[in-house]
Design a protein around this ligand. Structure first.
Ligand SMILES: C[S@@+](CC[C@H](N)C(=O)[O-])C[C@H]1O[C@@H](n2cnc3c(N)ncnc32)[C@H](O)[C@@H]1O
Length: 165
């Protein structure tokens, strides 16, 4: 549903923001050069690190930090912001523009951003407006609305591919 099969490149250096238990990072790492994942919750980071050891993946690193404060070694050719532009626990509620500016500063020229909304957000005009307001940083290069998940919490998400300007 993210179109990673067609869009992920072998030489991609990827940043996964809010990597949760790290499963997507580990999956992606098998098909790209490197993944740096940043996650605030230390328990989730510990699970991710255990899975990484089990997997034997040596091109993934899990950093326990807030994205805002993380010492990251970009630039990245692909950044994943999957339901992370704000979080319901309130741990991440930055100004949208500042959030995207930080992402842009970590993205290589010619790099891409894969952005996923929270469920139902695609209907809200402010998300469209926010994306419109950052057109000087990233331009939309394809989007879709999800409908294939099982849980009501996971339907109707906006998934957008953006190119760094
Ligand atoms: C809504 S979940 C999305 C997780 C994952 N990206 C996904 O799509 O399954 C938000 C995740 O971001 C983490 N998080 C919350 N605030 C954060 C912050 N300031 N910096 C980094 N991660 C944060 C949470 O612990 C949680 O794992």
């Amino acid at each position: 549903m993210y179109e990673l099969d067609s869009r992920l490149r072998r030489d991609d250096e990827v940043l996964d923001i809010g990597s949760n238990a790290g499963f997507l990072s580990l999956m992606i790492a098998k098909r790209c050069a490197r993944v740096d994942a940043v996650e605030l919750n230390p328990y989730l980071v510990r699970i991710a690190q255990r899975c990484r050891e089990f997997d034997g993946a040596d091109n993934v690193s899990f950093l326990c930090s807030s994205f805002e404060d993380a010492d990251l070694s970009g630039p990245y050719s692909l950044v994943l912001s999957l339901a992370n532009h704000h979080t319901f626990d309130g741990n991440m509620r930055p100004d949208f523009r500042r959030y995207i500016e930080r992402i842009r500063s970590l993205t290589a020229s010619g790099g891409r951003l894969l952005f996923e909304s929270h469920p139902g957000e695609y209907r809200r005009p402010e998300l469209r407006q926010h994306l419109d307001e950052v057109r000087d940083l990233f331009q939309v290069n394809g989007e879709r609305v999800t409908s294939s998940y099982r849980s009501v919490y996971d339907t109707n998400r906006l998934v957008v591919w953006l190119d760094a300007v």
